[in-house]
Design a protein around this ligand. Sequence first.
Ligand SMILES: Nc1ncnc2c1ncn2[C@@H]1O[C@H](COP(=O)(O)OP(=O)(O)OP(=O)(O)O)[C@@H](O)[C@H]1O
Ligand SMILES: [Mg+2]
Length: 236
Amino acid sequence: MSGLLDPRLARIKAELSKRKVILVTAAKGGVGKTTLSALLALALSKEKGATLTIDADVSDPNLHVVIGVSPKTWVGEEKGIEPIKLDGLGYIGIVPFTQNKPAPLRGSEAVDAVREMLGALDYRGYENIVIDVPPGLSDVLLDLLNNVIGDNTQILVVSTPSKLSVDSTERYVKLLKDLGFKNVVLIYNDPHGIGKEPGEGLYVPYDPSLENAFGSLQKLEETKAYAKVKAVLRNL
Ligand SMILES: Nc1ncnc2c1ncn2[C@@H]1O[C@H](COP(=O)(O)OP(=O)(O)OP(=O)(O)O)[C@@H](O)[C@H]1O
Ligand SMILES: [Mg+2]
């Protein structure tokens, strides 16, 4: 269904416009979008109030693993879809609906799944929203950008310090700016331990302690990466 005709979009847009929203994107896959989404949401929940995390990567969802939502949790649907609550953090994604079965949604199916989930979501009680999206210029990302993202949204573009990632990211950032999005922030994350900060942009170094911290908000809070992300948040 086209954006103009779909009533779900008007509701999603209205709910998002009332809140601080951070959309975490990247030109490439595997650069740390999901990890940084979780750390940012955790920092936001500690410093700026209740934060809802949205895993809009419906084809390959991971956010629940990072923040520790059991894939066998069900969502309540009394007054709309109720986000799963963890200490100060809310979570919604496709996993509680699929019970973690493979759901290789593509193109318009993925777009429709995200519209359905967000269109019926109970947003009450959340002041901030962090959205994790699939890599690159996915249909889901384009649908969000074209139809629901407003000026209150910060678009965080994650790149590794690798020359290849930097190259792709330069084009990606230019494209977002050409599309009219001004609130675009570049963040370098170093999942492979390259160890160099490539010029302008915020930087999160390699942190081997993340792997063992996945699944526990308390352990995530103890990582060096979290301390760095907290500092990054103050610059956003
Ligand atoms: N700063 C870091 N230090 C060490 N490891 C990291 C760091 N950031 C991310 N990683 C690791 O890199 C891998 C990829 O991270 P993540 O899944 O968050 O990337 P992604 O961009 O969301 O990937 P995808 O495009 O597949 O959704 C994970 O195994 C994660 O543990
Ligand atoms: Mg991811």
